[in-house]
Design a protein around this ligand. Sequence first.
Ligand SMILES: [Zn+2]
Length: 896
Amino acid sequence: MKLNEKDAAQLGLDAQLPRPTTSTVDKQSSKRKTTQIIRLSALFGIILYLSLYSSNLFGAQHGQNEAFITKNDGPLNSYWHGIATKGMKFSLPRPEKHHDHHHHKHPHHPHGHISPKKAEKIFLSVPSNDSAAAASERYTSYPHPAGSGYDLYSALALKNEWEKELGLRVSGANEFVYEAGSAESQSRIRNGADKLGVWVDTYYPILNTPVHASVTLLTDPPIKAKLREDIVDGDPDSQLRDEVPVFHGLSASGDVKAKYVYAGYGRKKDFDLLQEKGVDFNGKIVLTKYGGSFRGLKVKAAQEAGAAGVIVFTDPGDDGEIIEANGYEAYPDGPARQPSSVQRGSVQFLSKYPGDPSTPGEPAYKNATRVESGSQPSIPSLPLSYEDVIPLLKALEGKGIHASELGSDFTGGLEYHGVDYYIGPSDVDLHLVNEMNDRVLPIWNTMAVIPGHITDEVIILGNHRDAWVLGASDPNSGTVSQYEVVRGLGALLKKGWKPLRTIILTSWDAEEYGLVGSVEWAEDFGDWLVDNAVAYLNIDGSASGTNFHASASPSIALALKAAAEEINFSSDPERSVYDTRNDGGNWDEFSAANSGEEQLETSTIAGGSGIGALGSGSDYTPFLQRYGIASSDLGYKGGPKDPVYHYHSIYDSHTWQAKYGDVGFHRHTDAAKVIGLLTLRLADTLILPLNTTQYARDLQYYLEKVQVIANSSSLSLDGSINFEALALSIESVGKASIKLDKEKKELIEKLRKLLPKPKFGHNGPSFVSRIFGKGCDHHKKDVDVEGIKLPIPHLPIPKLPSPHKLKEIKEVLKEIRVVNKKLQHFEYGFISEEGLKDREWYKHKITAPGLWLGYGATTFPSITEAITIDHSSSLAQKEVDDVAQLLNSVAQKLNA
Ligand SMILES: [Zn+2]
């Protein structure tokens, strides 16, 4: 298909719009083919739309972007060129004719009375492996990094898919696409929790894209790193490798010639250890392995140690058992790592604050006031494949400390390739060039609302959509799972179901640059979220291995666990999804066996629930850690016996996923069932299934943990810390919570007595929800409780309760509303206005991403870090007393 060449030239587009891959379009049925054929009208619609962003997409503000026009450096040039244009070769569905001004075409089904139990059953019958496989192929047939043309396409395509599944008219490309901060965007949330709808919000963060990069070892002759992944037979998707060059998101530009040193995982503690041993990082380039901490914090640690540049490389020593040294062939011939694979990724200082670097705490509207960033590195960095780093490590041989003297963290898996790890410094210079183009780019969150009877108790189910390249696992396995949930909810809606509570679906953009889409949205609607959100359920990648994994606020943990225990693992129905936690082996055991060292307990074990605390690294962060909304995260992750997952590489492709990642796509489907079931229960159960007593138990466990840390750090502290006030406050939260549990039970009992007898078999929430979570808006027998129409029981009940009884039922429902508000706002009680020390954006006093971990959670962060980082017992004591005060007021609110 050819564009009019003059128009194309004007827009700076290729007249020829090539296909990104041969894998998708060819296999469609003839009916699908017709919809895939590019219709000029639709195409020009998108072009017109894109041209609105022309100053950002196709050129700098003052004339054209130099990199885009003049640089002719193969892979690097094609990034913007290709990304910004090729996204338009797919056609979006033709907009359906406007029947009226409403988005809706969803008919009203007056007789669709579906109980929550029945709703669960209907929902669980929908997700299918075939549908998941097809969606995976759809979403991953083109690269879609944030801010690109492909990314916009993916946002609009998802908008149309959701509309279709939710029974709405399929809208045109320009319809329901809003500027963040506009009246339309604001009202969709602030006045829209009672309206079915799908739309796209546009934010404007600062992102950067690569212009030019090189890594050269200045030997004679010099050795130049490829900085490029290989096209391999057996994975046609690898032909798209140059669409997104290897680089670090939000990295600094720089051109450095210097000696280099190797710093193991490059964690803060590794730099501390090496400095103690006399290693000088000043002005040097640092090589660090991936693993152990978030990559941005490696760059931060290097920067603070005085380094001039950083290279972060992938070491197969962290690939578990599936390595070439053990006889496995490299991808695509086998499950071991492709030697040229590179982990792209953001080097934002995540634990300082996430989101748009230029608008901390504020939404990144187009006209936002921008400030100087404290969350981006000042020294350049690049990622390398293990193939590219071998000559660099070999040139360090015999120089400085032998890595084995420093323990197994400093050696790696390249011994098989002839590397003997030394720290250095090198005697030869390394030349590192990283030229980035920093500017404001548009990003697009696709959003949907499924209205419930109660619109101020909202459940949010989120996934990010942007990928570093194709993103078959990260994030699109999660996007697929979310799509299967949308199909299930759509099937319910079409039967006339209406949830008790409003459900919001979100497809975040620019998560990969640093949780940007979710953070900007949460900052936009923070006040609304605090008042109205009940829970934020996150799904990032849902399938990159065989180990089921979940983390959550302790109040959600048991409901999540119950859902995972109820869903049968589809490839072995004898077991539950929850039972598959170690199918791919256990990393802690693996590293303990390999290092011969007893591993310290990790954050995956928590107070008996078996569900660990949330750190960071995905989109739950703003909801939980800034706005105090109970959150969860789940999915399948790789274990040490699983095929190597090529994280953030071109080989995170549909081809890899279908062959090695999730053969048959059943884990995509299982994850959809678990998170869908959890969503339904949070939305439909009369008394919110949030367990504050489990929270109190976990607080007790976190207390024990921080006391152990205090004891083991006593030598570095200037005094002792008294934890008694904290222990007492946790006790009072526990007591208040048990009292609330009793109250919940009594309310259910009261209801039971008020309702005419019969058919209720069981106690507990299912009893109540079976009665209440059905009916629809227009039902004449609704009960009005403070303006909220709740459907009243009529299916299991022979006739309407008497007016007197109805009045009493209303009273009980009112009390239940009060209880639910307590449960809903419980997590917010852990938010402190002043935030955490030196990173005030984070306000949650129970859990935060570890200051030097990033992904991992630190519980009681303000206390823990006063001990481990400030080494101050007086600061720790102040934090203990502050947290105790916070917990006392949490207990008070429960008691109120
Ligand atoms: Zn992700």
